[in-house]
Design a protein around this ligand. Structure first.
Ligand SMILES: C[S@@+](CC[C@H](N)C(=O)[O-])C[C@H]1O[C@@H](n2cnc3c(N)ncnc32)[C@H](O)[C@@H]1O
Length: 269
């Protein structure tokens, strides 16, 4: 690709930030651009510093509420996450739902793709290899597991530690934006949806997927304690179609994974 590289990490030759990646980043609060300052990113206007650790820029400052609860949970289960997900799917008899929503994505070769709340990166191996993949997540443990998975898959991705409600990317820089599996529990779903729209190029189809069953309750991992459909339900298992801004086009929601999940899609005008 002939890109120029800046070395920003701890180990020489290992943690590098490509110049084109730097040009897409901004301070999630002020939206001012960022520059490299040693092993950190620095807000060009305010001077605020965002450290880079193990090649991953850190945009999380203080986490609270539900975000904190799930950050703690995912940090704890990160190393065994991939294995336990496969086991739980088997126990609950879930079909492999990933292809069901990934086929909704409109990804052309060379596309710049963002997955919000990317976890351990399980969707990446199912996507074209010729893409520029970006992932952001609140759990450091999940991102570190993703880094290990990348080595195993021989794939490349740009990873960021941050909140879905505060994306550190400039306006209209992604050709594809999607999210799977966390939004039901986000602190602020409205803001997260607005952020996905902010970073998507005009015309981009945005895809949001999560569960229609609440299996986190007191009952058990196997029996849903709450079951709903795409039009109703408690906030924990409700498709956020009612939160999609009016100006979005082609707004659709459908059940996938034998009715256990919803897939919400809409297009930025
Ligand atoms: C069930 S996992 C799904 C991971 C991945 N999207 C997948 O399909 O395998 C949910 C992920 O959402 C992340 N998460 C939860 N709340 C978040 C938030 N507010 N901002 C960013 N990530 C969040 C968690 O850390 C976790 O990695």
């Amino acid at each position: 690709m002939g890109l120029s590289l800046h070395q920003v990490g701890v180990a020489p030759g290992r943690a590098l930030m490509e110049e084109h990646v730097l040009s897409l980043l901004c301070d999630p609060e002020t939206r001012f651009g960022l520059e490299l300052a040693g092993n950190n990113l620095r807000n060009t206007a305010t001077g605020r510093i965002f450290p880079i650790q193990d090649g991953i820029p850190l945009f999380v400052s203080s986490v609270s509420g539900s975000n904190l609860k799930y950050q703690t949970l995912y940090d704890r289960i990160a190393s065994g996450y991939d294995l336990s997900e496969r086991f739980l799917k088997w126990v609950r008899g879930m079909p492999d739902y990933r292809q069901e929503f990934l086929k909704e994505l409109e990804i052309k070769p060379g596309a710049r793709v963002l997955e919000v709340a990317v976890g351990t990166g399980a969707n990446l191996p199912l996507l074209l290899s010729d893409i520029d993949f970006f992932g952001i997540d609140l759990s450091w443990g999940m991102l570190k597991k993703f880094q290990r998975n990348l080595q195993q898959w021989n794939r490349h991705a740009h990873l960021f530690h941050g909140e879905a409600e505060r994306l550190p990317f400039k306006v209209e820089v992604f050709d594809c934006v999607f999210h799977a599996g966390g939004i039901n529990r986000f602190n602020d779903k409205v803001r997260a949806i607005k952020e996905m729209i902010w970073v998507a190029r005009p015309g981009t189809k945005i895809v949001i997927v999560d569960e229609l069953e609440d299996t986190w309750g007191k009952d058990s991992q196997q029996t849903p304690v709450l079951k709903t459909n795409v039009e109703q339900g408690s906030e924990n298992v409700r498709c956020p179609i009612h939160l999609v801004p009016e100006e979005m086009k082609d707004v659709r929601a459908r059940e996938i994974c034998d009715g256990k999940m919803y897939c919400l899609t809409f297009r930025k005008p």
